[in-house]
Ligand binder design. Structure first.
Ligand SMILES: NC(=O)c1ccc[n+]([C@@H]2O[C@H](COP(=O)([O-])OP(=O)(O)OC[C@H]3O[C@@H](n4cnc5c(N)ncnc54)[C@H](OP(=O)(O)O)[C@@H]3O)[C@@H](O)[C@H]2O)c1
Length: 495
């Protein structure tokens, strides 16, 4: 690099889909940026795009040293490479040329403990570190993502001006906020992705019921999802789903959606979410159901042979029967309500997982702010997130979204429709694991007394685990078998 060239405000290393688009976004907002990628061709590609997308202030570099030295100190470098070892390798290549006070920002979907390890390693060299969740895919990265930076507050302050400009903008500000210390930014992004799994599963179930019980065509489905996108369900995922139903198959008759193999891929953030829920003893059944469904979808060949072995279990005639008695208009309205109520339960699970982790790690997460920064830019963006934001503003210590007075009223209003949809699907043999999980979660949570008393009695009987009583303090153990045999005067009769 020539000495006369002005230094860049920020740097970005890793120019695949996300990095390239985020770099162009940053340059587009007027911040001169240096870019670097292990493979040189991606640097050239990015330079070409910067030129063709309006002569953006972006300089390309082909060695880690030139790249780092082209940035104005204290330097901020965003890394967007594959999570895991590639991040460590990229840090190793860059940090040799960085000086104390410089900052590394990992924007990948990284496991939060890796970020915590790297924060500690960076601090030994005087470097600051941020683990920043980035959501919105290619389009979001280019035009406005939702950003979830966590780690060094000073590092956040150094790039705050940039992040505020490149993030998606909604009515109440940019979709970025300082999340908290340590790996909190990555953790929040991970749960965001878990919630995204839940949303996608619930939408696919709504589609399944409308298509296979209601008999709706793709054209009708497109119209319904378009209509839903003008109401309480308005969201990116509903919007793109409507579009998907409209795309014709270029190789044959009908729509492309019907030609897609029914096997869902995944990259791991949903699994981490469910693992963390288990670690923290937080129930997240809707998110877990969506993960299980991805696993089951992967067993395509097994499912095909099972569908032959269990033909009779398919309830084909019943579907026909159920269908013949169906009021299509009412079914559509019921499914809309079931989807909305199921979604609330899924978000309640995600938020409660975040709360448990925040308590464990002292992150002091602000749930209203998290809902706010998800209102734009990210995959789960939705009008309904504004209501979640307000619920947490009303009560930051809300035990669960479902008991916020407004959401509670909505759940109660929708429960009849919700139960009808789940009941109908069950009797038609169409699985709706996400909606069922949400409904069971709701029904379990809202009951003051559960059959857990019997489980406690069983545990005490076979393992002397003791139990508590509802009418006096202390822990108790009973010689159940001895007492039962002694008092049992004979087997009772049901007649
Ligand atoms: N794609 C999305 O929609 C999306 C959305 C949100 C978050 N993310 C996250 O953002 C990050 C980047 O995603 P992406 O889809 O843009 O890219 P990616 O496919 O995950 O990774 C490709 C990039 O990683 C680099 N890389 C791989 N191994 C490397 C190594 N050992 N050393 C140095 N560089 C290495 C590649 O460099 P070469 O060109 O030299 O191979 C390339 O720049 C990931 O953590 C991803 O999970 C992705």
């Amino acid at each position: 690099m020539e000495a006369s060239v002005a230094l860049s405000r920020i740097g970005l290393a890793g120019l695949a889909v996300m990095g390239q688009n985020l770099a162009l976004n940053i340059a587009d907002k007027g911040f001169p940026i240096s870019v670097y990628n292990r493979t040189a061709s991606k640097v050239d590609e990015t330079l070409d795009r910067a030129a063709s997308e309006g002569g953006l202030p972006l300089s390309g570099h082909y060695s880690p040293r030139d790249f780092v030295l082209s940035i104005k100190p204290p330097r901020s470098v965003i890394i967007l490479v594959k999570a895991g070892a590639p991040v460590d390798q990229t840090i190793a290549a860059l940090s040799d040329h960085m000086a104390p006070g410089d900052c590394i920002i990992d924007g990948g979907n990284e496991w939060y403990e890796n970020t915590e390890r790297r924060i500690a390693e960076a601090s030994k060299r005087g470097l600051l570190y941020l683990g920043m969740g980035v959501s919105g895919g290619e389009e979001g990265a280019r035009n406005g993502p939702s950003l979830m930076p966590g780690g060094s507050f000073q590092a956040y302050e150094n790039v705050k001006e940039i992040l505020h400009k490149v993030a998606a903008q909604v009515d109440d500000g940019p979709c970025v906020t300082y999340i908290g210390e340590g790996g909190s930014g990555n953790f929040v992004k991970m749960v965001h992705n878990g919630i995204e799994y839940g949303d996608m599963q619930l939408i696919s179930e709504a589609y399944d019921v409308l298509k296979n019980v209601g008999g709706l065509s793709n054209e009708e489905l497109a119209a319904i999802f378009d209509e839903w996108n003008r109401g309480e369900l308005e969201s990116f995922l509903i919007e793109i789903t409507a579009d998907i139903f409209k795309v014709k198959d270029e190789y044959g008759d009908g729509e492309l959606v019907d030609k897609i193999l029914d096997k869902t891929g995944m990259k791991g953030t949903g699994k981490w979410t469910v693992q963390q829920a288990a670690e923290l003893s937080v129930a997240a059944p809707t998110i877990a159901a969506s993960l299980d469904c991805r696993y089951l979808s992967g067993l395509k060949e097994e499912r095909e042979s099972a569908s032959n072995v269990l033909k009779e279990a398919g309830l084909k005639d019943d579907v026909g029967l159920v269908r013949s008695g169906i009021d299509k208009k009412r079914l559509i309205d019921d499914v809309r309500q079931a989807l909305y109520a199921s979604k609330i339960c899924s978000y309640a699970q995600g938020m409660n997982l975040l709360r448990a982790k925040s308590n464990e790690k002292d992150w002091n997460l602000n749930f209203g702010e998290l809902a706010r920064i998800w209102k734009g830019g990210c995959i789960i963006r939705a009008v309904f997130l504004d209501r979640i934001k307000k619920a947490y503003q009303r009560n930051p210590n809300l035990a669960s979204l479902v008991v916020d007075p407004e959401f509670a009223r909505e759940m109660v209003q929708r429960q009849a429709a919700w139960r009808r949809v789940v009941g109908l699907a069950i009797s038609a043999g169409i699985s709706t694991p996400g909606m069922c999980a949400s409904l069971s979660y709701f029904d379990t949570y809202r009951r003051a007394r559960l059959p857990a008393n019997l489980v406690q009695a069983q545990r005490d009987l076979f393992g002397a685990h003791t139990y508590e009583r509802i009418d006096r303090p202390g822990s108790f153990h009973t010689e159940w078998t001895k007492l039962a045999r002694k008092s049992g005067t004979g087997v009772g009769s049901l007649n």
